[in-house]
Design a protein around this ligand. Structure first.
Ligand SMILES: Cc1cc2nc3c(=O)[nH]c(=O)nc-3n(C[C@H](O)[C@H](O)[C@H](O)COP(=O)(O)OP(=O)(O)OC[C@H]3O[C@@H](n4cnc5c(N)ncnc54)[C@H](O)[C@@H]3O)c2cc1C
Length: 469
């Protein structure tokens, strides 16, 4: 360890600000590499957004979670290398559209590949053909002229005069993939978030196979087309047995405890900079110093944690332009209900309030008391929570006639599923900040994929930045 400071007897190799999944994975990785870490969290719990609570015998996650890119992806990669415990993931199953016809409500797989588009008769024949044509064009552009895919989904669709229903369908998918409307979502984001783009290569500098693949980037890109025919993204998604708390517990219990100090209920107010180098943090419990600082909170809060003049104006403006997206989730604890006898999740896009629902107890029945089930319904808050809540309640009564008879528990959550919605001109900050020895991780530093997978990618980016030559 390097020289200690008189005013602070303990000097760390790393201070990690924030104990969400990205801060915890960072602490795990660094502690396993023998680094002395101080993890500082402002709340009273570890896990950030990724947490669960026990409510009347139900184990309720903070929002329904389908974890993307599991096999061969960044989260499993980190867990396999650093975690002492095996987490079992149950395959997600299908993403369904919930539809309503004169025969009553029914489910159909979300059209995310050619075969499914061909069968998605709820969109009308002409619209389906046009959508397939547009997807083919977008994937071609992705290889030959990617800048064309910076166009908004709305701009790409509107000139084709698609039906109102198809436009609403596209808007709903955009909100779920980017946290923003189709006017603000680029085609690129749909390709990245919808599983059409191949996964990012992990540990590329350590793998000869991946080096060769990098050189053959045009062949890699052709995978996009395979993905259009059989989109494999669903098959790589899953839900952890025991719920989200299993992931958090497994990570925290794998820390090399001699290398990690944790302080909760302590907010970092300022990052202390000496010259142009981050050297410590200032909190209500005093100042702490380390060789390197890793920040995993909201990137749009970083400017207020730095003294004036340290970050350049353009950099600050870009960070302040990162806008979080808000969600409202209603969890229902229920008697077994006929509408939810499947494994997977469903999207409702018509009518007043689009939503995504996931019967999580179908993955693991210990999440609900015996003979009960637990289903989460989430929607993006576009205006305000009260109106969203009322619209969702009305929509659910319409979509699932008689559902109220099954319901025994209602539990609400208002949360931030995306620290930065990925809008057309969104530029996320890089892992290495302009301040020496200050590094950034978290879902608002990585575009690829969704939530926990983004968080894991960001930690792999950090690992490459710190330890690869
Ligand atoms: C309704 C809902 C549904 C979701 N669905 C999915 C899904 O299906 N799949 C998926 O992968 N993900 C999903 N997510 C998203 C996923 O949970 C988050 O993206 C992920 O947990 C964010 O991790 P993070 O570490 O980047 O940030 P956070 O969890 O926000 O962690 C940041 C931590 O830093 C702390 N902090 C911030 N500033 C300071 C400071 N100054 N000092 C000290 N501590 C600080 C915070 O208190 C927090 O604990 C969903 C989220 C919600 C809400």
């Amino acid at each position: 360890m390097s020289e200690e400071r008189a005013d602070n007897p303990k000097k760390y190799d790393y201070i990690i600000i924030g104990a969400g999944v990205s801060g915890l994975l960072t602490t795990l990785m660094l502690s396993k590499k023998g680094k002395k870490c101080l993890l500082i969290e402002k709340s009273n719990h570890l896990g950030g957004v990724c947490k669960a609570e026990d409510v009347k015998g139900y184990c309720i996650d903070n929002g329904p979670h389908a974890i993307t890119e599991l096999s061969g992806g960044p989260l499993v990669n980190l867990l396999e290398r650093y975690c002492n415990y095996n987490i079992k993931f149950i395959p997600h199953g299908n993403y369904y559209m919930r539809l309503k016809s004169k025969f009553g409500p029914h489910l159909m797989p979300v059209p995310n590949n050619l075969t499914r588009f061909a069968r998605a008769n709820f969109l009308g024949k002409k619209d389906r053909l046009l959508m397939v044509k547009l997807m083919g064009e977008a994937l071609t552009n992705n290889i030959v002229s990617p800048e064309k895919n910076n166009m908004s989904v709305y701009d790409a669709l509107v000139k084709n005069k698609l039906s109102n229903k198809t436009m609403i369908f596209a808007d709903t998918i955009c909100y779920f993939l980017s946290g923003a409307s189709m006017k603000e979502t680029s085609i690129n984001r749909v390709i990245e978030g919808g599983g059409f783009a191949p996964s990012k290569k992990i540990n590329k500098k350590h793998s000869d196979k991946n080096k060769i693949m990098e050189k053959m980037s045009s062949i890699t890109s052709l995978k996009n087309f395979q993905n259009l025919i059989v989109n494999p993204s669903e098959a790589r998604q899953g839900y952890p047995v025991g719920g989200l708390k299993t992931i958090i517990n497994a990570i925290c219990c794998s820390f090399v405890m001699n290398n990690v100090d944790i302080i909760k209920q302590t907010e970092v107010d300022k990052i202390i900079v000496d010259g142009n180098s981050a050297v410590g943090v200032s909190t209500n419990k005093g100042d702490f110093f380390a060789d390197k600082i890793i920040y995993s909170g909201f990137m749009n809060k970083l400017p207020e944690m730095m003294e004036d003049g340290i970050l350049e104006r353009d950099y600050i403006e870009n960070l302040l332009g990162l806008i979080p997206c808000k969600s409202y989730t209603l969890w229902l604890g229920m008697k077994p209900c006929k509408y939810f006898n499947y494994t997977g999740s469903e999207i409702w896009f018509e009518g007043e309030e689009p939503f995504w629902a996931m019967p999580v107890s179908n993955y693991d029945n210990t999440l609900a008391p015996k003979n009960k089930m637990l289903v989460g319904f989430t929607t993006v808050v576009k205006d305000n929570v009260d109106d969203t809540k009322k619209r969702l309640a009305r929509t659910m009564e319409y979509v699932y006639p008689g559902i109220a008879e099954y319901v025994e528990l209602k539990y609400e959550q208002v949360e931030v599923p995306e620290k930065a919605a990925i809008r057309i001109n969104t530029v996320l900050p890089k892992t290495k900040s302009p301040v020496e020895n200050l590094y950034l991780v978290g879902t608002d530093t990585e575009r690829k994929s969704m939530g926990l997978t983004k968080a894991a990618y960001s930690v792999i980016n950090l690992e490459e930045e710190l330890f690869d030559e």
